[in-house]
Design a protein around this ligand. Structure first.
Ligand SMILES: Nc1nc2c(c(=O)[nH]1)N=C(CO)CN2
Length: 165
């Protein structure tokens, strides 16, 4: 059985928009998975330490037969392939892939919390989700559009399509 899942993408090192474009192609190539759509990419001011470059953020909508933890394994493998190092909490990174929403599943264990714990605080995740699916809701019925309206502002600026490598 296939499940619709929404993946948040972020990067602020080593040609961020190119990192995201490659990552979307890699998501589309995962086993038993199809890419439904990708959002526009945005630049956003950093949340957390301010002495780091602006981020590029976006989201991908996939349909997958992978179970949540198997999908998480795949996301972490893609992050590793992009040379990801975890140097600093909320610090700079070459690629961050967050499992934001997995169908109507609610999960909370030591590896995975879905929907993502910080989603309501991150306009750089909420706005791309709205671009993908304006009527998207969380499993508890909360509308993403409502969370977006209440969320702190990180100065999102949409990148024009020609800027995607
Ligand atoms: N704007 C923005 N800020 C961040 C981001 C991100 O993706 N976008 N990711 C972080 C590390 O998880 C820390 N801060």
């Amino acid at each position: 059985m296939k499940t619709d899942a929404f993946i948040g993408l972020g990067s602020n090192l080593k040609a961020p928009a190119a990192q995201l474009a490659r990552a979307v192609a890699e998501l589309a190539a995962l086993p038993t998975t199809t890419l439904v759509a990708q959002s526009p990419f945005y630049t956003s001011s950093p949340v957390g330490p301010q002495n780091q470059p602006d981020f590029v953020n976006g989201a991908a909508w996939i349909s997958t037969e992978l179970a949540p933890h198997a999908l998480l394994d795949q996301l972490q493998a893609i992050e590793q392939a992009h040379g990801r190092e975890r140097l600093q909490h909320w610090g700079p990174r070459t690629l961050d892939l967050d499992l934001l929403i997995f169908g109507n599943h609610e999960l909370d264990d030591e590896r995975l919390t879905v929907p993502h714990r910080e989603l309501h605080n991150r306009d750089f995740a909420l706005q791309p989700l709205l671009d993908l699916k304006p009527d998207l809701t969380l499993p508890d019925g909360t509308k993403i559009v409502t969370l977006r309206a209440q969320c702190p502002d990180n100065r999102l600026r949409k990148l024009p399509p020609p800027d995607y490598p």
